[in-house]
Design a protein. Structure first.
Length: 180
């Protein structure tokens, strides 16, 4: 299934309204413009309404690849789309910004991760929900907590408690950057 071939109206009628959490990041070229553009694409998605957007955070990269700092944020959306359709949309947005996957965990123009969709648990070759490493990532948890102080990550508990268990020293809010 690809975003271009999905009958969004049909899928929207089949799914109940659920809250979806997306984590967005960028660390090459104009990081802020990439984030703004990705949010605009999410906002333009039929069957999805943006409920909250966190502040922008500058974050130290996680993993063995040496690279520039990221700008990250979290978008919370209410959607009637199927989880797989939301993932397809996230991948289509990455494609629109010419995301290249040369090195796992390497630099990227934009990264759009589907973190959670309501209380859905999915684990197949295409999609894992909730995101398998979200509970370990300060760059996901801190902005998510800001956007939704009552958030819970299925299988792991309240995001407010998870934030206390991870290293957030490399997560810095950028009050000078505001997503429209």
């Amino acid at each position: 299934m690809t975003w271009n071939t999905v009958d969004v109206d049909t899928l929207s009628e089949m799914s109940p309204l659920r809250t979806a959490v997306f984590s967005l990041g960028s660390n090459i070229e104009d990081r802020f413009e990439h984030l703004q553009g990705a949010v605009n694409h999410l906002r333009a998605t039929p069957g999805m309404t943006i409920a909250a957007i966190s502040s922008v955070y500058e974050t130290t990269p996680v993993g063995p690849v040496e690279q520039a700092d990221f700008l990250n944020l979290v978008v919370i959306a209410d959607s009637t789309l199927a989880s797989t359709v939301m993932l397809e949309r996230a991948l289509a947005i990455e494609d629109a910004f010419e995301r290249v996957r040369l090195v796992p965990g390497g630099p990227r123009t934009v990264d759009v991760d589907l973190i959670a969709v309501g209380d859905r648990r999915i684990d197949n070759d295409f999609l894992t929900l909730p995101h398998p490493r979200a509970h370990e990532r300060g760059f996901v948890l801190v902005p998510w907590l800001e956007a939704d102080p009552y958030a819970t990550l299925v299988g792991h508990g309240p995001v407010a408690e998870l934030v206390r268990t991870v290293d957030v020293s490399g997560v810095r809010r950028r009050d000078d950057l505001r997503i429209e």
